[in-house]
Design a protein around this ligand. Structure first.
Ligand code: SF4
Length: 504
């Protein structure tokens, strides 16, 4: 009988992809996944250390498992990902019922660790694979990289999966060492995958019907691969190569970009290749040079503005999103005003805004006093959010009466919840009750510029690229009408000014 595996994922897209890969490996070794944690033989949490909130959820899940473990000592409980790497064996002291730890740079060993834990029964020795403990950075680095590459290559891709979107990793790790971030310590130094392996993976995904591939890297646009003969494949070249080699992939996008590394060549690739989405997620983090320096971001606000100006000069319809941290140590009202100014001037499609909290394992926790009060952090968070909402709504309102091409992700969660709770749904941007045809519901999808679009249509549209005419807009959502099969193929993407036809 197959052993049942429950795997819950926290954090970024990189973790989502890691989970998919380890799930594939474990399935190939006789495990079957289950959504029911209580019936699982093996419970794994793929964790994130970047935000305190995600960490607290993991602590709480582990706490909940104590009684289960007492009742079923043979149950295997594992923590994988960034928290495992950062906390290391200290985690066993706090949660002695955990059996297994595996860092994100060691996931190729996870199947063996799980197997060891399962076969040794309730008296099992603890299983660990942590980068910090076996120094992959040493002489074994090349072999370790090869093993991680094998993990990516082992991905099982088949036509029954019926997925419209997929992630493909192009780099692992990060060399930037931003002072508030633990990722360079948990994921290790930057490693770039061979371009042909990436192209082959994208092609295999497109062959089975995937419509949108997102290339992943912590600093995705810093990609550069040095071949044995000395040639180098840059990020720009990789984009051109994928675009040419996989003509049947309708959409290609990438996250997350590091502003300082954005070359004109990469922007030109986005401009020249019509199936590359004109969307950049390029976190600025702050508008004050003083704070950017404390954050060790390696650029000034002026350089960030220059990057945004270059991008918009080359593609007036490009959609740019950012991240910001408010309340970083030493932040004054004047510093914060510079961030507000940046949001107004750059006209981001949206920004992910976070209140600073010192994270264990980072430089900032040792070097700086967390001296901005909670009240100031909250107030700055709310004020920045309000400015961003104004900007987002004004950008979205420019889309009204335009037809956009949308990749349909599925039924709107809000509608499913409403229908489940009340038996009725309210549709559209005016929240008016709408009579739906028997086979219709409220669907949600995304434009090439990553705007969320909600519209009425049949569930069968899930996973398809369809045209929707926009008739309403809020700061986070566009609302529209499904054009059906007779819609125009040309679409308009988001712009902070004019609109240019673009065909993804
Ligand atoms: S670029 Fe900075 S914030 Fe992003 S993963 Fe690297 S160290 Fe962390």
């Amino acid at each position: 009988m197959k052993r049942k595996l429950y795997l819950e994922t926290f954090g970024c897209q990189m973790n989502v992809l890691d989970s998919e890969l380890v799930l594939g490996q474990l399935r190939a070794h006789g495990y079957e996944s289950t959504e029911d944690r209580d019936r699982a033989d093996v419970i794994l949490y793929n964790t994130c250390s970047v935000r305190e909130h995600a960490e607290q959820k993991v602590w709480s899940r582990l706490g909940e498992l104590r009684p289960q473990k007492q009742q079923r000592p043979e149950l295997v409980i594992g923590v994988i990902g960034c928290m495992a790497e950062r906390d290391g064996v200290d985690l066993f002291r706090r949660y002695p019922h955990v059996d297994l730890l595996c860092g994100p740079g060691e996931l190729d060993k996870l199947t063996q660790l799980v197997h060891n834990a399962v076969v040794t029964g309730s008296d099992r020795p603890r299983q660990t694979a942590l980068m910090g403990s076996n120094t992959r950075r040493s002489a074994t680095l090349a072999a370790a990289e090869d093993n991680l590459e094998l993990l990516d290559l082992s991905r099982s891709i088949n036509s029954e999966d019926d997925v419209a979107q997929a992630y493909v990793r192009i780099t692992r790790g990060c060399n930037k060492f931003c002072s508030y971030c633990v990722v360079p310590y948990t994921r290790g130094p930057e490693v770039h995958r061979p371009p042909q392996n990436i192209i082959d993976e994208v092609k295999r995904l497109a062959d089975v019907g995937v419509r949108e591939v997102t290339l992943l890297g912590q600093t995705v646009n810093h990609y550069h691969f040095r071949h044995d003969d000395g040639r180098q494949t840059t990020f720009a070249q990789l984009l051109y190569d994928i675009h040419e080699a996989v003509p049947h992939l309708p959409r290609l996008r990438f996250v997350t970009s590091f502003p300082r590394d954005f070359t004109n060549e990469a922007l030109a690739a986005m401009r020249d290749c019509p199936r590359i989405c004109r969307y950049l997620h390029a976190p600025a983090q702050h508008g004050s040079d003083r704070i950017l320096k404390s954050m060790n971001r390696g650029y000034t606000a002026g350089q960030y503005y220059d990057f945004v100006d270059r991008a918009r000069e080359m593609m007036s319809d490009i959609s740019i999103a950012s991240d910001f941290i408010v309340g970083f140590p030493g932040e004054t009202e004047d510093d914060f005003e510079l961030t507000m100014e940046m949001v107004r001037r750059c006209r981001f499609k949206n920004s992910f805004i976070f209140k600073y909290s010192p994270r264990p394992g980072t430089v900032a926790i040792d070097r700086f006093v967390d001296d901005v009060s909670d009240a100031d952090k909250r107030s700055r968070n709310n004020r920045l959010l309000a400015v961003q909402q104004e900007v987002s709504e004004s950008i979205n309102r420019q889309m009204i009466d335009q037809t956009v091409r949308v990749l349909v992700e599925g039924e709107s969660k809000l509608v499913s919840r409403q229908a489940a709770n009340t038996g009725k749904v309210e549709l559209g941007w005016e929240k008016r009750p709408v009579a739906l045809a028997a086979d219709e519901t409220q669907m949600v999808g995304r434009t090439p510029g990553d705007q969320v679009v909600v519209f009425s249509g049949p569930l069968s549209l899930k996973g398809q690229l369809v045209d929707v005419r926009i008739n309403g807009a809020k700061n986070l959502t566009l609302f529209g009408e499904y054009c059906g099969s007779k819609s125009p193929r040309q679409t308009s993407s988001i712009t902070a000014g004019s609109t240019i036809a673009h065909s993804v």
